[in-house]
Design a protein around this ligand. Structure first.
Ligand code: HEM
Length: 489
């Protein structure tokens, strides 16, 4: 054999080996693809079956399917695949994943016409992160201290208008008080003192413009959306006037509005009037209904469970003994029993029943039983505080109201690890207003416990599953009588 022939053989050999290697790699990729362990799928009629199951009540569906399929499963809703992660083991990924893997922007787009352009879900993640930094700074302890003084003033003023005794719808009353407090602490003195009725009416239209249909078609030309858009434009005008007046006069106030006016992006750019307005609307949407619903549930449970009412009253007496009748941030922070009563009401009734993300890349999730699933890019990933907060392997007797489950020694929410209690979400996008919400609800309930006796006279309330932010259905009628809690009674 000459050299030329030798080379020919060598070339053919290399080609042969390369072909084998390529075929092997290709086949193993194919096998890997076909071995993708997709989560089990909810059985339903084609096309609209999943939607019908979903509309009948997402929590009912989750309860049924969790029992059959386990902690990870997919439901097809029209052309969408929604994959549920139930329980702390699997939802850890949901809460901790970086934005490049699981993002909020696509699934929470429907908020854009309400919050307005240039803020939150209308901007890139890098800008949104900076805007959430403005929230974090505006809700620091130093700021919370002054908000608490305003919360206490609002509560005292509001309840001073009640008579010696009477009957009220607690839900209605607390909703109103919380709108007033939110106006004072978040929107600012100008709105609270002068423009309250106008701005409340506009926020009402904005609120009513957020319908279940708006989630899928946020710009559908329906009357509710048209009213929303008119209200949004009017709110922008009002805040533009207020912001300009504050800037011109150099006046500074202790409220969220001022914090947003003073906020600066990393490159030194100040916030625009439009951004400030949008961020305030976002704050009100995040905090108002959620807090008023939670304060109503807290009251309903305290009035039903006399043992916890007594424990909360004893705590107030103890605090009265040590601090007298004054209330401030640090004194509210000592109210552990009241804290647990609120936390337990919120465990049973989280107003945000479903949290969503959009998957940007394939990823793997492992259940506590050791099963592994590949979650494909393009799935919507969901978790449900309303369901996960009642898992029996985490919470003993999960449907019962038992604030002591959070007491030292039991701490059921911590025993099962992070993400066992998700009423405020957690991880990367955990609620930034949690301390504000607790302070506000504590300020209201410590005032009520110290100044009134109550009796629940309507049946114990139920969830209003039809609302976007799941609230309390119907009226919560209570009879009240004024009395001063004293350390001796
Ligand atoms: C009881 C009252 C409240 C409840 C139950 C609640 C619940 C939640 C939940 C579940 C999330 C996470 C959403 C997700 O992961 O998709 C969240 C996020 C958020 N909340 Fe709250 N919230 C409450 C009060 C407030 C208040 C009073 C404010 C502001 C004043 C606020 C501001 C925010 C903000 C800015 C975020 C977004 C955080 C981020 O994405 O990084 N919340 N809240």
């Amino acid at each position: 054999m000459d050299l030329k022939e030798n080379n020919k053989f060598l070339g053919a050999g290399v080609l042969f080996v390369a072909t084998i290697v390529f075929v092997k790699l290709f086949c193993s990729a194919l096998v890997r693809r076909s071995r993708k362990r997709l989560p089990p799928t909810v059985k339903a009629l084609p096309v609209i079956g999943g939607l019908l199951r979903f509309m009948k009540g997402p929590i009912v569906m989750i309860r049924e399917e969790y029992k059959k399929l386990g902690s990870v499963f997919t439901v097809n809703v029209l052309n969408r695949r929604i994959t549920f992660f139930i329980g702390p083991d699997v939802s850890a990924h949901f809460f901790k994943a970086p934005e490049a893997e699981l993002s909020q922007q696509e699934v929470y787009q429907f908020n854009v016409p309400t919050f307005g352009p240039g803020v939150v879900f209308d901007v890139d993640y890098s800008v949104r992160q900076e805007q959430f930094r403005f929230f974090t700074e505006a809700l620091r302890v130093t700021k919370l201290r002054s908000y608490v003084d305003q919360m206490v003033m609002e509560a005292e003023d509001y309840f001073s208008k009640w008579g010696e005794s009477g009957t009220v719808d607690l839900k209605y009353e607390l909703e109103h008080l919380i709108i007033l407090t939110a106006s004072r602490c978040l929107l600012g003195r100008e709105v609270r003192d002068k423009l309250f009725d106008d701005v409340s009416a506009l926020f009402h239209d904005l609120d009513n413009g957020m319908r279940p249909i708006s989630v899928i078609f946020p710009y559908l030309p329906i009357p509710a959306h048209r009213r929303r858009d008119r209200a949004r434009a009017r709110i922008a005008d009002i805040f533009s006037t207020i912001i300009n007046s504050r800037k011109r006069s150099g006046r500074s106030e202790d409220d969220l509005l001022q914090c947003f006016i003073d906020s600066r992006y990393k490159d030194g750019r100040p916030t625009t009037e439009g951004e400030i307005t949008g961020l305030l609307i976002a704050a009100l949407f995040a905090g108002q209904h959620t807090s008023s619903i939670t304060s109503t549930w807290t009251g309903a449970y305290l009035l039903r469970h006399k043992e916890y009412l007594s424990a909360a009253l004893e705590e107030q007496k103890d605090i009265l003994r040590r601090h007298g009748d004054k209330i401030n941030h640090d004194i509210l922070s000592e109210m552990d029993m009241l804290y647990r009563c609120i936390k337990e009401a919120l465990r049973l009734h989280p107003p945000l029943i479903m949290l969503l993300r959009y998957s940007h890349s394939d990823f793997l999730v492992k259940t506590k039983e050791g099963k592994e699933y590949d979650i494909p890019k393009g799935h919507i990933v969901a978790t449900s505080p309303a369901f996960a907060n009642r898992l029996p392997h985490i919470y003993k007797d999960p449907d019962s109201y038992d604030p002591d489950r959070f007491a030292p020694g039991r701490e059921e929410d911590k025993a099962a690890g992070a993400f066992s209690y998700i009423s405020f979400g957690g991880g990367r996008h955990g609620c930034l207003g949690e301390p504000f919400a607790y302070l506000q609800i504590k300020a209201i309930w410590s005032h009520l416990l110290r100044n009134f006796e109550f009796e629940l006279i309507s049946p114990f309330p139920e969830n209003d599953w039809n609302a976007m932010v799941v609230g309390v259905k119907g009226e919560v009628m209570v009879r009240y009588k004024r009395r001063k809690l004293s350390i001796d009674n």
